[in-house]
Design a protein around this ligand. Structure first.
Ligand code: MF3
Ligand code: CO
Length: 248
C-alpha cells in the first residue's frame, strides 16, 4: 500500500529533507585528501543531533554508522573506516535523518580532485540520470517512467544501472512502498499521484551492472572492479510537479 502524504505532512518532510541537505553539504565541504570516512561519519552525526534530528541509518537493520561511505568500486552501504581519502577517489555519501516523525534520505558522490576523466563522466551522468528520473515523477505518469528515464540516460552514455538495489517510498518509515527500480520498460506500474513521496536513487556502474556483497554483510561492490556512483533525492509528487525535499 502506498501511503499518500497530506500538504501538512509534506511540509514536515521538507524540514527533514532540508536537514539532510544541509548536513550533506557540510560533509561535502569537509572532503579533502587526508580526511577519513570515520571523521565524516562523526561530523554527520553531530550535525544531526545539533538540529534535533536523529541519524536514520544508525541501528537500522543493525547498520552501525550514521553515514554510508562507498568509495570507488563500492556501490552502496560502505562503512566508514580509518582509510584516508586520496586524490583520485570518488566517494558516495548516503545520509538520512528522522525529524518530527518523518524521514529524509539523500546521497551524493563527491570526487576528491583531481580524478580521472571516466570518474568525472560517471559522476556527472549519474547525477543527470537522477534529474531525468525526477523530471518523470509527475502526476499521470507511471512508476516505471521514472525507471526508464534513469536507465536510458545512463545507457546512452555507456554506463550500467545496478539492479539489486532500488529507490523507495519514504515517510514515517525509511522504506515504504513502492520500490523504485532504476531500469525497466516505460508505462508500467502504479500511476503516480499527488502526495506520493519517493526516494529516487540511481546507482550507476562504470562497467557491468553486477554487484556482490562483501563478508561484512553490508558493503556492495562491483563484480568487475569498475567504479560506481550514487545520487539520491527525496521527492514529493505534487500537482505542481516534482518537489525535491532534500535540496537547499
Ligand atoms: N539510502 C539507503 C536506502 O535508502 C540507506 C540505507 S542504509 C542502512 O536504503 F544502513 F540504513 F540500511
Ligand atoms: Co534511500
Amino acid at each position: 500500500m502506498i501511503i499518500l502524504k497530506s500538504f501538512r505532512e509534506i511540509e514536515l518532510m521538507r524540514s527533514a529533507g532540508r536537514i539532510v541537505a544541509e548536513i550533506l553539504e557540510i560533509v561535502r565541504s569537509a572532503i579533502k585528501p587526508g580526511v577519513t570516512t570515520r571523521m565524516l561519519d562523526a561530523l554527520a552525526e553531530n550535525e544531526a543531533i545539533k538540529r534535533k534530528s536523529l541519524p536514520a541509518f544508525k541501528g537500522y537493520s543493525g547498520y552501525p554508522y550514521s553515514l554510508c561511505c562507498s568509495l570507488n568500486q563500492q556501490v552502496v552501504h560502505g562503512m566508514p573506516t580509518s582509510r584516508e581519502l586520496v586524490e583520485g577517489d570518488i566517494l558516495s555519501l548516503d545520509f538520512g535523518v528522522v525529524y518530527g516523525n518523518f524521514y529524509g534520505d539523500s546521497a551524493i558522490t563527491v570526487p576528491v580532485l583531481p580524478v580521472s576523466d571516466v570518474a568525472t563522466r560517471l559522476v556527472k551522468v549519474t547525477e543527470e540520470s537522477l534529474q531525468k528520473g525526477i523530471e518523470a515523477a509527475v502526476v499521470g505518469n507511471r512508476l516505471s517512467d521514472i525507471s526508464h528515464a534513469v536507465q536510458s540516460h545512463v545507457e546512452k552514455h555507456g554506463f550500467s544501472v545496478v539492479r539489486e538495489f532500488v529507490g523507495h517510498g519514504i515517510g514515517k518509515n525509511l522504506h515504504e512502498s513502492p520500490q523504485v527500480p532504476n531500469f525497466g520498460e516505460p508505462g508500467r506500474g502504479v500511476k503516480l499521484k499527488a502526495g506520493m513521496v519517493l526516494a529516487i536513487e540511481p546507482m550507476v556502474n562504470e562497467k557491468g551492472h553486477r554487484v556482490k556483497i562483501l563478508d561484512d554483510g553490508w558493503t556492495a561492490v562491483t563484480c568487475d572492479d569498475g567504479l560506481s556512483a550514487h545520487f539520491e533525492h527525496t521527492v514529493a509528487i505534487t500537482d505542481n510537479g516534482p518537489e525535491i525535499l532534500t535540496k537547499l
